[in-house]
Design a protein. Structure first.
Length: 90
């Protein structure tokens, strides 16, 4: 039987793993762009919470804001923000 072409989109758990891997790689390479504040639009999307990025202390949340991966690191009640670049297109 021949497989028919169709649309496929990853599950939320698959997206969380993919986004975490991308952000973790950028963090290890020192390629995260520090932001002064939360970018506009972070309140409008549901974050991937507590992703657990190696080498970072605190609680990490990843947001996909208009196609950009945004990392929020919450430590001692204070948030710092970083831009990890474009999100993959599916």
């Amino acid at each position: 039987m021949i497989a028919r072409p169709g649309f496929w989109f990853p599950t939320r758990e698959q997206l969380k793993k993919t986004y975490t891997s991308i952000v973790e790689g950028k963090a290890k390479a020192g390629q995260l762009l520090k932001l002064r504040r939360a970018p506009a639009g972070t309140k409008d999307v549901t974050p991937f919470k507590n992703v657990g990025i190696d080498g970072m202390k605190g609680r990490e949340n990843i947001y996909d804001v208009r196609g950009e991966l945004i990392l929020e690191n919450v430590k001692d009640g204070k948030s710092t923000w970083s831009d990890a670049g474009p999100a993959p297109l599916f």
